[in-house]
Design a protein around this ligand. Structure first.
Ligand code: SAM
Ligand code: 2KA
Ligand code: SF4
Ligand code: MG
Length: 235
């Protein structure tokens, strides 16, 4: 079953969430059921770039061609990779190669192959995204993954987003929880100015978390790749 692929890149480091710092390859799929106001990967769904329809075997070939033997971990992101049934096969083939597989999704569409994933990041969207979370679907998702290595990650831009994050963490207290700073300027090429802004935002979010009783067990992170490479694509 074919999968729409926007880009395959790496090895680089996972810049976000539960396995931050992990050396990994990325497979970025096309298409999303959301359209977040601040999406840093909108080229996956806004029609500005084209995807290539690939069988899982071809994606494995691409990974080997681009990454050589310099990796043992593959992160599937998007867009929303949960749109694609064909990823079941891709995950199996990665595992046959001895690679671990991580996924980034917003938790809006369930696929049974989700249970095969080694590191699952579910990232519900706060009010600033202008998206609406379907809590019935999210409850089902979290329930299905009870036995899995899963985490929740909420991107925070403002106080309302932080309140949303507190609610998510309170609703699923048993799930490891990550706060991530939002990047408000996804177009700038001025890396130094962006770095300064992001570090200020990080300081602000740390301050919010340290003052919140609800966040006593939360982890607060920046997007590490953005601190290093700015808005560059494919890193
Ligand atoms: C591009 S999304 C793709 C996966 C999936 N659609 C999702 O949103 O979880 C990957 C991660 O980047 C985060 N992200 C997107 N735009 C961002 C921004 N401007 N600042 C910080 N994080 C952002 C998303 O919240 C998500 O956690
Ligand atoms: N280095 C790096 N880490 C990431 N973590 C999540 C990413 C994503 O776009 O899903 C991403 C990305 O694009 N690059
Ligand atoms: S859910 Fe993810 S890929 Fe889709 S629009 Fe939002 S941030 Fe972008
Ligand atoms: Mg990204």
């Amino acid at each position: 079953m074919k999968i729409p692929v926007m880009e395959v890149f790496g090895p680089t480091i996972q810049g976000e969430g539960m396995v931050i710092g992990q050396k990994t390859m990325f497979v970025r799929t096309g298409g999303c059921d959301y359209s977040c106001s601040w999406c840093d990967s909108s080229f996956t769904w806004d029609g500005s770039s084209r995807s290539e329809l690939l069988e899982a075997e071809s994606i494995i070939e691409q990974l080997k061609k681009i990454g050589g033997d310099l990796f043992s971990h593959v992160t599937i992101s998007g867009g929303n990779p949960a749109l694609h049934k064909g990823i079941a096969e891709l995950v199996d083939l990665c595992h046959e190669q001895g690679w671990k597989v991580a996924i980034e999704t917003q938790g809006s569409i369930w696929q049974d192959w989700m249970k095969k994933i080694d590191d699952i990041t579910i990232s519900p969207k706060p009010p600033s995204s202008l998206m609406e979370t379907d809590y019935e679907k999210l409850d089902y998702y979290i329930k299905q993954l009870e036995q899995s290595n899963m985490s929740l990650k909420v991107v925070v831009f403002d106080d309302k987003d932080f309140y949303f994050a507190e609610n998510i963490h309170t609703r699923y207290p048993q799930v490891p929880f990550y706060l991530q700073i939002g990047n408000e300027d996804i177009a700038t090429t001025d890396d130094r100015a962006l770095l300064a802004t992001l570090l200020k935002r990080y300081e602000w979010l740390i301050e919010k978390a340290t003052k919140s009783l609800v966040m006593n067990d939360a982890k607060v992170l920046p997007q590490l790749h953005t601190l290093i490479w700015g808005n560059k694509r494919g890193v």
